[in-house]
Design a binder for this molecule. Structure first.
Ligand code: G3D
Ligand code: MG
Length: 175
């Protein structure tokens, strides 16, 4: 039975190591934040079914969320990881400027493997002190690259559903 959903999407979560990709994925798919899981090696995915309001009413989508699981360091895995991806979250850490500056490289890589898939930009760890990127600067970057922008805390659960939910809505309405 394929049954209970209208859409099936493969979504990728990319960005530098330690920005919170796994935490966001786990928070969204399982609803908790784990302080001390081990960094996974290779590719992992989580599955979550969501209902979102679209231009055609309430629709249900099953998301297959591919977490990079340390592939930041293993470039040979990337083609497998990107294959068939339909949308993604582009994540940086608002307290780590370098991770913001590397967004360009990640976008370039996405462009190579899966050109023109919708990406939602995410500034994570808003619960932490010491911002290194202002909201204005982040928004400007997102607008210039045609992305919606969310600020999240995987730790507190802030905006995590909104970010994944909006990407799902964009995938249904605009692709
Ligand atoms: P990654 O998958 O992008 O490599 P992880 O990142 O999800 O493994 O997170 C890296 C570290 O940041 C982890 O801490 C994790 O607990 C922490 N983290 C992730 N998201 C948040 C957040 O929103 N707020 C805060 N305060 N911390 C977060 P450790 O200490 O295990 O390295
Ligand atoms: Mg990870």
């Amino acid at each position: 039975m394929s049954g209970d959903y209208d859409y099936l999407f493969k979504i990728i979560v990319i960005g530098d190591g330690a920005v919170g990709k796994t935490s966001l994925t786990v928070r969204f798919s399982q609803g908790y934040f784990k302080e001390d899981y081990k960094m996974t090696i290779g590719v992992d995915f989580a599955v979550k079914t969501v209902s979102v309001n679209t231009n055609n009413g309430l629709k249900t989508a099953k998301l297959q969320i591919w977490d990079t699981g340390g592939q930041e360091r293993f470039s040979y895995i990337r083609p497998l990881y990107y294959r068939g991806a339909m949308g993604g979250l582009l994540v940086y850490d608002v307290t780590k400027r370098e991770s913001f500056e590397h967004l360009e490289n990640w976008l370039e890589e996405v462009g190579k493997h899966c050109p023109s898939i919708p990406m939602v930009m995410v500034g994570n760890k808003t619960d932490m002190p010491g911002r290194a990127v202002s909201l204005e600067e982040a928004l400007e970057y997102a607008i210039n690259h045609n992305m919606v922008y969310f600020e999240t805390s995987a730790k507190e659960g802030t905006n995590v559903e909104a970010a994944f939910g909006d990407l799902t809505r964009i995938l249904i309405d605009y692709t």
